[in-house]
Design a binder for this molecule. Structure first.
Ligand code: PLP
Ligand code: TYF
Length: 394
């Protein structure tokens, strides 16, 4: 049986991580995988996470099973963080999942169970795992234009034109903030137009929010998701705690399913619980409990929000420094988009050949689609990157 297996495509982002580690050069810059790093290149455990973990070790009296949907307090705390009071609580069913990826996977499975004919519209480009999970589940997937490779902003006309092909019951997958991989985001007026189109056509909205707090601030980054949640009849939201709590390996995420009518919530909740049971029974609890403790303890929450804000502002500073340096070296404003983009990533919009050249000549590791992780830079490597980009004729 096992001999029948064929080799599977590698994840390009994860493959790049290995390649970077194996590079013997001393001067090398990792702008690959989307993990926050401080100026010393370290991915720290956040202060509030350490404090919450200490408290948990002291106070936790049992590690017995929790329940199929996970700890209800986690769902409540995350619903409050992501949605505020934009939606009536009794319209929301939710399950804890292993990371944001688990939430995305369960959301797609729910779509397939509820409407096997639904197609999922994804941005071109999008996070590669969206496309790969959809393919694995056999869900028809249609790309909509998203990134204008000239301006490096959103091709909004193209996006609306392509979404106009969607039929009632199709799902539109949107990045709540900090689009991965491009860094280009809709403004709130554009979000409203997308919502209008979704409602006119009777579509389902799905929002993947993995970087709340990395763009314009915790509430600002949730604004679009809240607008969708409060104006579309049926909405699925996959939220990840990996980045904004720095708990990557704990696998902490939440899937929310918002029904038009609160009467549907119990059956939706039952189906979500069922999906957890089919896949792994109980979701991971440690990260979820740490996040819940932080969000519900005013002191821990304030410290967490302050540290997240330092991280956000640090990345914005690096963006500005890089845009300025590129302006100086190239004598042109064509790199101004780097300061306009938000989140961990910017796609600079060059060819795989040039990306390879930067790696071979300068030890600079970007993903092949020319996505760079801004947090992989520091004050000293920004000028090196800017010079390498201009020297490569990008
Ligand atoms: N969605 C997007 C767009 C992402 O970039 C990520 C990456 O981390 C995730 C979801 C899920 O991340 P995780 O499963 O590590 O929580
Ligand atoms: O896009 C990224 O780099 C992050 C991390 O299979 C990631 O979202 C990358 C690949 C993957 C899972 C997570």
């Amino acid at each position: 049986m096992l001999g029948n297996l064929k080799s599977q495509p590698a994840d390009k982002i994860l493959a790049l991580m290995t390649k970077f580690k194996e590079d013997p050069r001393i001067q090398k810059v990792d702008l690959g995988v989307g993990v926050y790093k401080n100026a010393e290149g370290v991915t720290p455990v956040m202060r509030a996470v350490k404090a919450a973990e200490r408290r948990l070790v002291e106070e936790q009296t049992s590690k017995s099973y929790v329940g199929l949907p996970g700890d209800p307090a986690f769902a409540d705390a995350m619903i409050d963080l992501v949605l505020g009071d934009s939606v009536q609580r009794d319209r929301i069913a939710a399950i804890a999942t292993p990371g944001g990826t688990g939430a995305v996977r369960q959301a797609f499975e729910l779509v397939k169970m509820a409407n096997p004919d639904a197609r999922v519209f994804v941005s071109n480009p999008t996070w590669p795992n969206h496309v790969s999970i959809l393919k694995f589940l056999g869900i028809p997937t249609i790309e909509y234009r998203y990134f204008d490779t000239e301006s490096r902003a959103v091709d909004f006309e193209g996006m609306l034109e392509d979404l106009a092909d969607a039929k009632a019951g199709d799902v539109v997958l949107l990045h709540g903030c900090c689009h991965n991989p491009t860094g280009a985001n809709l403004n709130i007026t554009q979000w409203q137009s997308v919502i209008d189109l979704i409602n006119e056509k009777g579509l389902i909205a799905m929002v993947d929010i993995a970087y709340q707090g990395f763009g314009n601030g915790l509430d600002e980054d949730a604004e679009a998701t809240r607008l969708v949640a409060s104006s579309v009849k049926e909405v699925l939201i996959a939220a990840s705690c990996s980045k904004n709590f720095g708990v990557y390996r704990e696998r902490t995420g939440l899937l929310m399913a918002i029904s038009d009518d609160a009467e549907l919530t119990p059956i939706v909740q039952q189906n979500l619980n069922y999906l957890n049971r089919q896949n792994y029974s109980f979701p991971p609890d440690h990260g979820a409990r740490v996040v819940t403790m932080i969000l519900t303890d005013p002191e821990l929450r304030a410290d967490w929000a302050a540290e997240l804000e330092e991280i956000r502002l640090g990345m914005l500073e690096l963006r500005q420094q890089l845009a300025d340096e590129l302006q100086k070296l190239s004598g042109s404003d064509r790199f101004g988009f780097i300061a306009e983009h938000r989140g961990m990533f910017s796609q600079i919009g060059t060819t795989p050949d040039k990306v390879e050249q930067l790696r071979a000549d300068n030890g600079i590791y970007m993903v092949g689609d020319s996505r760079m992780n801004i947090a992989g830079l520091n004050k000293d490597t920004v000028p090196l990157l800017a010079k390498a980009i201009v020297d490569a004729g990008i």
